[in-house]
Every structure is written in C-alpha cells, then in structure tokens.
Design a protein. Structure first.
Length: 92
C-alpha cells in the first residue's frame, strides 16, 4: 500500500477559502477512485493548515489519483498552496 501524510499550508485567508470551496468535491471524487482505501483532509486549529492522510492500494492506483488530481478543478484552483507531504510504502 502507498500512504501519504502531511499538510496543506495556506499563505492567506484567500487560499484557505479555496480549500474550503473545492475540497468537498475533491474528497468525493477521490473516495470513488479505484484503489482509494482512505482519504482524509482535516482543518486544524490553525485556519490556514489542513492535515492530509491518504492510503491507496498500490503505486498504480496512487499514481492514477495524482494524475487525476493534477488535471482537476481542485488541482488547478489550489496549485499555489504549499503541500508538505511524505509518501511511503506500508503494510498497514
């Protein structure tokens, strides 16, 4: 399995509003992807930071998710937001 953990770090309230606006659809589409075992993006006590945890069946399904995300409205609208992620294999 492939696990991603990390944070979305917004530089401004405007960026945070983009996350709030486009995240629900991004979460819905991701949950429907083949190989998505879990996908959680949660706003923290800091309104500019979200924690991100993803788990995909294998590298191929994770790569397909990344490709879809880059081409999506979410990907286009939130492209400038800082992402601090670690990706690794796990037997979870």
């Amino acid at each position: 399995m492939i696990k991603l953990t990390g944070r979305l770090v917004c530089a401004s309230d405007d960026e945070a509003e983009l996350v709030r606006r486009y995240l629900p659809e991004h979460k819905r589409l991701t949950a429907e992807e083949p190989g998505c075992l879990s996908f959680d993006v949660t706003e923290t006590a800091d309104p500019l930071i979200w924690t991100v945890e993803e788990l995909f069946h294998d590298q191929a399904t994770f790569d397909a998710h990344q490709d879809r995300t880059k081409a999506s409205e979410w990907g286009n609208k939130t492209r400038a937001i800082t992402r601090e992620y670690a990706v690794f294999e796990t037997e979870e």
